[in-house]
Design a protein around this ligand. Structure first.
Ligand SMILES: Nc1ncnc2c1ncn2[C@@H]1O[C@H](COP(=O)(O)OP(=O)(O)OP(=O)(O)O)[C@@H](O)[C@H]1O
Length: 528
């Protein structure tokens, strides 16, 4: 068949320009045929494959030049030139058939692997997922220091998001990634940066990672530094001290991690130059795209003016409006979703507890602590005033608790986090300021003392537990005021495999709106 085709078309020069419309149609038909065959995403060949194809193309060209040499070599041969031509065509079509077969096999292997790890992709020409970390060396020439650091961190195999997002970014593609809380998204964006930047340079900042809070920026900086041990890469955190520097135009460093507000200040007031930035990561991207931060993000995106910049968005929640907004600035981005978009982590056992009133909540908390306090426990409340009140109450019970909210100084906030991490405090009372991204090892239980104000807040809060494959628990207190939105949380619980009393599922479905009802004071006993 192939032979016939090549015979039929031999000598025909197809004018692609003249018949551009037909050519596109023809390509589309071919695409449809592949799609019907059920093989993963239509153009889901790896970019390495396409790179190989390009090389093959080059080789083919080179081959036609080689054939001149070849002709010379066989000049003395007894065979007639026509026979040689036929033989060569036969060989070429065999090679093409073999290559095609191998290509489809690869697509099938990729599809099987994605299915196994619950990875869903869309976009064109998507690279194969990683089988293991050693592929970072064989496929992407990762340096040994990075593999050593990954091993020292105890990561024996890549998590599903790492399997797919790392090769996507390493093949120079922009990317939206949505994967459950605690599933290793940080390594998914730091690792490609380190491999792609190759070596440290004095040319200024080449990668920027934006995080919505100072705490998360500090944590990501720490993680980055663990991964760059043994290399010359320098990771800079945009903190108060750095921001005092009147001229940041010559800042020495490779990777800069910042909150949007601080980076915008650095650009506007401290001559920060981001024109050489090759990688821009928006971590917790949906938070960064909220109204309050959008202006800052916009000016940072503009300041990163390198035309070949690679931008990526990561979060455990990726609403459609964020994707739509991001698509306006991204080129040919690949979308990687692990599991189902916007769902709670399945390793967290979730429970709803009716507490009746504010007083009932405090009683329920005290009772559960007196029966079994299984630290570390993280408690979320809806405002800093309530955080202070609850802290005061727990102090009366001699529970080793600390509190974190936006009224505290940066040092106090850092101390609260560090003490909780080090096990000096058993309970951390917090507002949503630390609901996103914070990686506290082994939080046994998250208590939503106050009902969350959005689906994303629920997913991120409870995602502080059940991280890196561990199990966790989440308890959500509710009172009469929260019942209108109870079904929303119940739906998320059901979607992640938890049981919910059947009456809750019969409640009317409501659209989430900012839910911060005015609640009675937490303190029952007036104190001095
Ligand atoms: N391949 C791996 N194997 C085992 N543990 C890993 C691996 N990659 C990352 N981790 C660990 O998993 C934990 C969660 O990682 P990370 O903080 O990157 O999650 P995340 O997906 O960004 O979560 P969130 O959505 O809450 O920000 C960390 O403690 C990290 O050290």
């Amino acid at each position: 068949m192939d032979k016939d085709q090549s015979f039929l078309f031999a000598g025909i020069h197809f004018d692609r320009k003249k018949f551009a419309g037909d050519f596109v149609k023809f390509r589309q038909e071919n695409k449809d045929a592949v799609e019907e065959s059920g093989l993963a995403v239509v153009e889901e060949g790896s970019s390495e494959a396409s790179a190989k194809d390009k090389k093959r193309g080059r080789k083919r060209k080179a081959g036609s030049l080689d054939s001149v040499d070849g002709f010379n070599v066989f000049k003395s041969s007894k065979k007639a030139p026509e026979d040689l031509d036929d033989e060569k065509k036969g060989d070429e079509s065999d090679v093409a058939a073999r290559q095609r077969k191998e290509f489809y096999r690869k697509l099938e292997r990729d599809a099987v692997m994605r299915k196994k790890f619950n990875v869903h992709v869309s976009g064109s020409d998507i690279p194969s997922p990683l089988q293991d970390f050693t592929e970072l060396r064989t496929r992407f020439r990762c340096k040994s220091y990075l593999l050593r650091n990954i091993a020292e961190l105890g990561f024996s195999e890549p998590t599903p998001i790492q399997r797919q997002a790392i090769p996507v970014l390493l093949s120079g593609r922009e990317c939206f990634a949505c994967a459950p809380t605690g599933s290793g998204k940080t390594l998914s964006f730091v690792c490609p940066i380190l491999i792609k930047l190759k070596r440290a340079s004095k040319d200024g900042i080449r990668a920027v990672i934006l995080c919505p809070t100072k705490e998360l920026a500090a944590q990501t900086t720490r993680e980055c530094r663990k991964l760059t041990r043994g290399s010359k890469f320098r990771t800079k955190l945009m903190n108060k001290a750095l921001l005092r520097n009147p001229d940041l135009s010559k800042l020495h460093g490779d990777i800069l991690i910042s909150t949007p507000l601080r980076l915008r200040l650095a650009i506007k007031k401290r001559k920060m130059d981001l024109s050489k930035v090759e990688y821009l990561v928006l971590d917790e991207s949906d938070k960064l795209f909220e109204l309050g931060l959008l202006k800052q993000i916009d000016s940072i995106v503009k300041a990163c003016s390198n035309p070949s910049i690679i931008r990526s968005l990561f979060s455990a929640t990726l609403p459609d409006f964020v994707e739509d907004l991001a698509r306006t600035i991204m080129h040919d981005a690949v979308r990687v979703i692990v599991g189902r978009k916007n769902t709670a982590n399945e390793s967290v056992k979730q429970k709803l507890v009716f507490a009746g009133s504010e007083e009932g909540k405090l009683l329920a908390l005290r009772q559960s602590f007196s029966e079994s306090l299984n630290p570390p426990v993280l408690i979320f409340v809806q405002s800093k005033e309530r955080a202070k009140e609850l802290y005061g109450e727990l102090a009366l019970d001699n529970i080793r608790a600390s509190v974190i909210h936006s009224d505290l100084s940066q040092i106090q906030r850092e101390d609260a986090v560090d003490d909780f991490r080090a096990g000096k405090t058993w309970v951390l009372i917090a507002t949503d300021v630390i609901a996103r991204g914070m990686d506290f090892k082994g939080v046994n239980c998250v208590i939503n003392y106050d009902f969350p104000d959005s689906a994303a807040a629920y997913i991120h809060r409870i995602g502080r537990s059940g991280r890196a494959g561990r199990n966790g628990e989440a308890i959500t207190f509710y009172t009469e005021e929260d019942i209108p939105l109870l079904r929303n949380v119940a739906n998320m619980m059901v979607a992640s495999g938890c049981e919910v009393p059947s009456w809750i599922m019969t409640l009317p479905k409501r659209k989430w709106r900012k839910h911060r009802p005015k609640r009675e004071s937490i303190s029952i006993n007036p104190r001095e």
